[in-house]
Design a protein around this ligand. Structure first.
Ligand SMILES: [Ca+2]
Ligand SMILES: [Ca+2]
Length: 128
């Protein structure tokens, strides 16, 4: 056995800030969920996003998950990420409304079977 202790991932519902950084900086919204280096398993990722535990991710769950990072970054709580709140201290302001709409657009693109939910396969699919 390795003496290196295995650290149980115990962060519950907080996506790594990098997810949102990618969203904020990309201009076009990439599906952070699909980044293999950040997500061991689409199933793990789904389980953490899946607030009601029904095995699939609704738009509300998707936005809640992604919105958490926005809230964390929005230090003055004005529902806008200004340059000083963005990674690197620069970039165009991002409003919460715009962020949510961008997430919704991404969600719809990823929802390959158009059932209104993302399953693990759709979460893991490359950005469409
Ligand atoms: Ca769900
Ligand atoms: Ca779907």
């Amino acid at each position: 056995m390795s003496p290196v202790s295995y650290r149980e991932p115990n962060e519950k519902r907080r996506p790594p800030a990098l997810f949102f950084i990618r969203l904020a900086c990309a201009g076009t919204v990439a599906v952070a969920a699909a980044a293999p280096a950040q997500v061991r398993s689409a199933y793990d990722y789904l389980a953490r996003m899946d607030g009601d535990g029904d095995g699939r991710v609704s738009l509300a769950e998707y936005q809640a998950w992604m919105g958490y990072a926005f809230e964390a970054m929005d230090r003055n709580r004005d529902d806008t990420l200004t340059a000083d709140e963005l990674p690197g201290g620069r970039g165009r302001p991002v409003t919460l409304a715009a962020h949510r709409e961008a997430l919704a657009a991404t969600f719809r693109r990823q929802d390959a079977d158009r059932d209104g939910f993302l399953d693990a396969r759709e979460l893991a699919a490359p950005p469409r």
